[in-house]
Design a protein around this ligand. Structure first.
Ligand code: NAD
Ligand code: DAU
Length: 354
């Protein structure tokens, strides 16, 4: 790994990944390719360590000419592919960008990577960042997802990610492209766009707005701190076997309501409401997400055994730190909340559920 292309590096996980790599890999040059959609923010990359080793390029992963030029101009030997439309609710209201970016975009990158790799040494890697949602939904008592679980995606988002996973495997099998894939559970932590459960609850909690819990809040997710996810990807790049898939998760099983109540309890301690009421009084039960997956649980024994990776942060500690991060970054929060698209989207999603 010398010259690495990170797609989607101005998004939530991608920007945390760029920051970690610059801090821990002193020889590496990083190029970020990001379209800066509503979810991408240059501010996410503003406080990088060793910024002279990072180049930002605004552009679309579907633009083959641009991708070819980046791979060639920067002698890229490693691609870590985060760029995607990532929000399930948006995929339900408008699936088209998910098909374009997640499927056509991944295909475009694979074609460009195949050409670049063919002209290079065997030292090349395409790492595809995917999700546990491709495996569908578990009922109580079902065994956790693992690398051999059959695909059963339910939302337009997870179907588009499943399609991209299949394309990546097809390029490995058919053309021998050196790929690895990771399927990870729900991430949380700094720089997450507040359309997702945890930052939405923190920011609505602080500002006295309703905390919209879908259905009865009984659904279960496995939560992983974003820095742990980034560390797992670095291990896969360093020591993962090409052609292999690795499941990544946080080894916990809270219901959505438990997560929201925990955030409320943290806010009660750190920023009590002026009227003395608990933040839980803001919880509002709203219409459930259509096709809502009930439970995700992910078996991390392969990556633990083969690469020695384990999640390092307990969920309670990670949530406390995440609340602190949102409380201490008001300029970042303001710039996100002021984005025109954000308020339009939040209103549309909320109306859909009331
Ligand atoms: P995000 O929405 O925060 O960021 C996505 C980034 O991709 C944004 O910066 C956006 O501008 C960029 N982008 C979108 N379309 C693009 C295009 N056509 N060309 C170039 N850039 C484009 O997403 P995230 O939560 O950071 O997720 C990153 C990846 O990780 C995704 O592939 C997602 O499927 C996967 N993943 C996310 C989670 C999670 O909990 N967030 C869990 C497992 C896997
Ligand atoms: O499992 C990995 C996936 O996790 C990633 O692939 C996705 O990119 C990421 O967005 C996430 O998907 P989810 O749909 O699980 O995340 P979200 O934060 O949108 O929702 C988490 C749970 O909380 C889910 O059961 C729906 C519920 N929810 C969500 C929102 C935004 C609510 O109850 N209220 C809300 O307002």
């Amino acid at each position: 790994m010398k010259n690495i292309l990170v797609t989607g590096g101005a998004g939530f996980i991608g920007s945390n990944f760029v920051r970690s790599l610059l801090a821990y890999e002193p020889e590496l040059q990083i190029v970020t390719l990001d379209l800066l959609t509503y979810a991408g923010k240059l501010e996410n990359l503003s406080d990088l360590p060793s910024p002279e080793r990072h180049t930002f390029i605004q552009g679309d992963i579907c633009d083959r000419t641009l991708v070819d030029r980046i791979l060639s101009d920067h002698a890229i030997d490693t691609i870590v592919h985060f760029a995607a439309e990532s929000h399930v609710d948006r995929s339900i209201l408008g699936p088209m960008p998910f098909i374009q970016t997640n499927i056509v975009g991944t295909f475009t990158l694979l074609e460009a990577a195949k050409t670049a790799w063919a002209g290079k040494s065997s030292k090349f890697r395409f790492h595809h960042v995917s999700t546990d949602e491709v495996f569908g939904s578990l009922q109580p008592g079902d065994p956790a997802f693992n690398e051999r679980t059959p695909y059963d995606p339910h939302s337009p988002y997870s179907a588009s990610k499943a399609a991209s996973d299949h394309l990546v495997r097809a390029y490995a099998t058919t053309y021998g492209l050196p790929v690895t894939i990771s399927n990870c559970s729900n991430n949380y932590g700094p720089y997450q766009f507040p359309e997702k459960l945890i930052p939405l609850m923190i920011l609505n909690g602080i500002t006295g707005k309703p905390l919209p819990v879908y259905g009865q809040g009984a659904q279960i997710r496995d939560w992983l701190h974003v820095v742990d996810h980034c560390e797992a990807i670095v291990r896969i790049l360093r020591a993962g076997k090409t052609g292999e898939t690795y499941c990544i998760g946080g080894d916990n099983q809270p219901t959505n309501l438990e997560i929201v109540r925990t955030i409320c309890e943290i806010l009660d301690r750190k920023v009590p409401r002026a009227d003395g009421q608990p933040h839980e009084s803001q919880i509002t039960y709203v219409t459930d997400r259509p096709g809502h997956d009930f439970r995700y649980d992910i078996d991390i024994s392969k990556i633990s055994r083969e690469l020695g990776w384990h999640p390092s942060r307990a969920l309670q500690t990670g949530l406390e730190e995440t609340v602190d991060w949102y409380l201490t970054h008001p300029a970042w929060v303001d710039s996100v909340l002021q984005k025109q698209d954000f308020s339009v989207w939040m209103d549309a999603n909320y109306q859909e559920r009331n």
